[in-house]
Write a protein that binds this ligand. Structure first.
Ligand SMILES: Cc1cc2nc3c(=O)[nH]c(=O)nc-3n(C[C@H](O)[C@H](O)[C@H](O)COP(=O)(O)OP(=O)(O)OC[C@H]3O[C@@H](n4cnc5c(N)ncnc54)[C@H](O)[C@@H]3O)c2cc1C
Ligand code: FES
Length: 504
């Protein structure tokens, strides 16, 4: 990983085995982020035999790259949910997220998980009069939804704010150390976790997960892979994916207790850790945005310098999350077999949401009632609510697919790609995604995303090929870094002229 997060750099755990051959269990969970590990833990607590398959390392997906605020106060979500769905849904969402937070808090205490868990207030703040009006609206909506929020002009940020809506007794933690705690519990209860094992497909009839290392047969299959990689329900087309950036630096003088997020653009998210780091996040954009992603880090770093006097950035990282067109996560059955479940679309608020999603999927799998199942029901149509957003998502996908895939004018040639750069180029009548490393060596792979065929674009900051349609990402060697794609981009042989890209 080019930019490992603070969490990735400060947590260790035992490597788990790779799957060899075929295994039979009662439940298999695909994906070892907070959602998958919590689900595995809950299923084990109900006495099932459980296997987890993870394409990378445990908690190296979005959960390892989050900012890890655990809160029911999530920017201006209550005004949005009240507008789209009404007060009852907003209220159910608030309650579900508080329950998710409580589930984490209980587990941390009961199992003595050492993960820097600490209570903290959450604040959505404004620095302008216009922003303050939005804060008032959000405070009303959050209050109507049942949250004990207050309005305040005070914060522990090192600059003036106009107004903030505040919710006390929320929490922050080290997400990866929490996941290590979940992993320890899974192994203790007899579960198995297979790392470096990618699920490629699900045979719903046979109850089999086909991986690149063997197959796992199970009565219950949970897809907690962040993106549902099977095409059933076309969920990836019903969500948009957005990347955000974070930087962490030491701040000995400034004590930031609260977890803050600005209401104005560009959004700035601020929280601290127990050991003296301040994390600043923001700079969201749709996955595959062709603009220089390195500029996103530079913007955050400059903001951290101006507002916190941060002269040295210790960590920087970026990640992405899905948002459904109607603003609610999808949690529930995947298809009609009754044995496959999934959760996705946490809209950058997946700590509490992912935890409650795990409880919902566990209850559904065991044939039990769950109070939040209806709220997040994956079978809702999503057209009545949020239709215009859905249309926008579909239009962007189609535009990328049609214009970029079939229009061949204006492309670069391989020779035009300089050291450290990547571009989609025309070679031998077809398109290739070409990266030239600092030694001048060319790495060329197909530019056609293996998920549903959109064209990938180069992400300069992470040095990955990112697909704007549903958020798949690939390394410069073509390997899948992030789903929903499960197949790598195939290598392309290209002919280079003798001329070097710099012309020397
Ligand atoms: C920059 C950023 C900041 C955020 N900050 C916050 C925050 O402050 N608070 C909050 O609540 N939420 C936040 N979120 C959202 C939150 O981090 C995510 O919603 C949450 O981590 C998703 O967890 P997950 O377990 O569903 O997915 P992941 O953590 O991504 O886990 C999925 C796992 O599945 C694996 N996988 C994928 N495909 C396959 C396959 N085919 N086979 C096997 N394994 C597979 C992946 O490798 C990964 O490990 C943030 C998100 C971003 C992007
Ligand atoms: S992620 Fe769906 S086409 Fe690329």
């Amino acid at each position: 990983m080019r930019n490992p997060s603070l969490w990735m750099a400060t947590s260790e755990w035992l490597e788990q085995p790779v799957l060899h051959g075929d295994v039979t269990v009662e439940a298999v969970v695909i994906g070892a982020g907070i959602t998958g590990l919590t689900t595995a833990r809950l299923l084990l607590e109900h006495g099932l035999t459980v296997a987890v398959v993870e394409s990378g390392r445990v908690c190296s997906g979005v959960t390892g790259l989050t900012t890890a605020k655990i809160t029911a106060l999530q920017s201006t979500i209550y005004s949005a949910l009240t507008n789209t769905w009404g007060r009852d849904v907003a209220s159910a969402y608030a309650a579900a997220n508080l329950e998710g937070l409580e589930m984490i808090r209980r587990r941390v205490v009961d199992e003595s998980i050492s993960c820097d868990f600490a209570a903290a207030p959450a604040l959505t703040y404004a620095t302008s009069a216009r922003g303050a009006r939005r804060i008032e609206v959000e405070a009303r909506a959050a209050k109507d939804a049942g949250l004990p929020v207050t309005l305040t002009t005070e914060s522990d940020l090192p600059f003036e704010i106009q107004l903030a809506v505040r919710l006390d007794d929320q929490a922050r933690f080290h997400p990866r150390r929490y996941c290590v705690g979940l992993l320890a519990g899974i192994l203790h209860d007899g579960g198995v976790v297979f790392e470096h094992t990618r699920a490629l497909d699900i045979d719903r009839g046979a109850g089999t997960v086909i991986t690149d290392r063997g197959t796992i047969r199970a009565g219950i299959i949970v897809v907690a892979a962040h993106a549902p990689f099977v095409h059933t329900g076309f969920y990836t087309s019903r969500m948009s994916s957005s990347r955000s950036y974070a930087v962490a630096f030491r701040s000995a003088e400034m004590a930031v207790e609260g977890m803050h997020i600005s209401v104005e653009e560009p959004i700035r998210s601020v929280r601290a850790t127990g050991d003296g780091y301040v994390i600043v996040g923001g700079e969201s954009h749709p996955v595959g945005d062709p603009r220089d992603t390195g500029a996103r880090y530079r913007a955050l770093e400059s903001w951290a310098r101006d507002h916190f006097g941060a002269d040295q950035i210790d960590y920087r990282w970026s990640a992405q999350d899905y948002r459904s067109a109607d603003g609610l996560p999808f949690v529930g059955p995947l298809g009609t077999s009754g044995r496959v479940f999934f959760a996705s679309g946490f809209a950058k608020w997946g700590m509490a949401n992912g935890t409650i999603a795990a409880a919902i999927m566990t209850d559904l799998a065991l044939g039990r009632e769950n109070p939040w199942a209806e709220l997040f029901d994956s079978r809702r149509l999503g057209l009545r609510h949020g239709a215009s957003r859905l249309i926008r998502i579909s239009a962007r996908t189609l535009k990328n697919y049609v214009t970029k895939r079939w229009r061949s004018s204006g492309l670069l040639r391989p020779d035009d790609v300089g050291p450290g750069q990547g571009a989609v180029v025309e070679t031998g009548g077809r398109k290739a995604a070409v990266f030239r490393d600092e030694d001048g060596e060319i790495h060329a792979v197909s530019a056609v995303c293996t998920h549903l065929g959109c064209q990938v674009g180069f992400n300069t900051a992470e040095r990955t090929w990112d697909c704007p349609c549903h958020g798949s990402r690939y390394g410069v060697d073509g390997r899948v870094v992030h789903g929903p794609a499960v197949e790598d981009l195939s290598p392309v042989n290209i002919r280079m002229s003798d001329r070097s890209p710099a012309g020397n």
